[in-house]
Design a binder for this molecule. Sequence first.
Ligand code: CTP
Length: 319
Amino acid sequence: MSSSSQSQTINKRKPIRIWVDGCFDMMHYGHANALRQAKAMGDFLVVGVHSDAEIEKHKGPTVMKEEERYAAVAACKWADLVVPDAPYITSLQVMDQYDCDFCVHGDDTTTTADGSDCYQEVKDAGRYRECKRTQGISTTELVGRMLLMTRDHHKRRSSIASVNNEDLSTFSSSPSQQNKSEVKISHFLPTSRRIVQFSEGREPNPGDKVVYVDGAFDLFHVGHVEFLKRAKNFGDYLLVGVHDDQTVNAIKGANNPLMNLHERVLSVLACRYVDEVIIGAPYSVDENVLYKVYKVDVVAHGNTDSLPDIDGRDPYENN
Ligand code: CTP
C-alpha cells in the first residue's frame, strides 16, 4: 500500500467513542483523572451522569444536586458530551444509543442496591475497559475533612487522621470505603507527572489577550466554573493564580483550605476554560510580575468583596 493510500485509510478510521458513567458527586481530580484516562483510550468521550433519585436508590443521598453534578462534568476538559440521568446499571442499549464502542470505569467494583455488578452486561459483551483509580481522594474523604475540622491536610503526610464511618454514613460512599468502621483521611501526594498530565502546556499565541484571575479554588464547584468561564470571555488566554495553603489559611482561618495546593491546582487545570496556572500565587496581585513576566492584559475578579490581605490592604489596589 502506498503511503498516501495508507494515510487515507488512517484518516477514514471511525472515531472511537467511549462511554463513562458515574455519580461525580463533589467532582474532584480523581473523577477528572478517570475522564482523562478514558479519553486517552479513544477519540470522543460521552459521560453519563446518574440522577439524584438513581443514586439514592442504589447508594444513598448525594452532597451535590444533579444539575450541579451535570455542570461540573460538562466543565471538565476531557468530557465531549454529558448525558444527564444516565441509568445506574450500564446497558448496551444506552451505549448503542450514543454510538459508544466501549465503556471505561475505575478499577473498583460498582454494585447496585442488591449487590450485583453494574457493568455485568457490558463486561459479558466484551465492551468493558478499566482505568486506574486515583488513590487518596474521594467524595467521602472530602466530607471527612469537613467534619474533622483539622488542618492536617495542609501538611505533606500521606495518611494522618481518621473519622468514624458513622459520621459519613449519611452520604453515598465509594465502594472501597463501604463497610469499614472508620475511614482514613489520606492526603494526596502529587507528582510532577500528574501535573503535566493535567496541564495544557499551551503558551499564549502572539496577540492573545491574557486574562488573570486568582483565588483559593477550594472544593472546586460550579460557582468557580461560572467565574472562570466569564473571566475567559474577557480575552483569549486564561492564567489562574492559586494561593498556597498558608495564605488561604491566614486569610480564611479555621481549617481552610480543605484541599491542599496541589489538589486545588489539579481541579483548576481540569477545567476547560483554564490555560495555565501559577502554583502558589501571592494573595496581593503584584503588577510588576503579572504585567512584565506574564504579559497580563486584564486582571478580573468576581463582584463580591475580597477579604483584605494580612496587612489589611486591598489585594487588587494596584490593578
Ligand atoms: N474514580 C477514580 N478515582 C477516584 C474516584 C473515582 O478513578 N478517586 C472513578 C470511578 O472509578 C468511576 C468514575 O470516577 O469510573 C466516577 O466515579 P463515581 O461514580 O462518582 O463513584 P465513586 O467511585 O464512588 O467516586 P467517589 O469515591 O469520589 O465518591
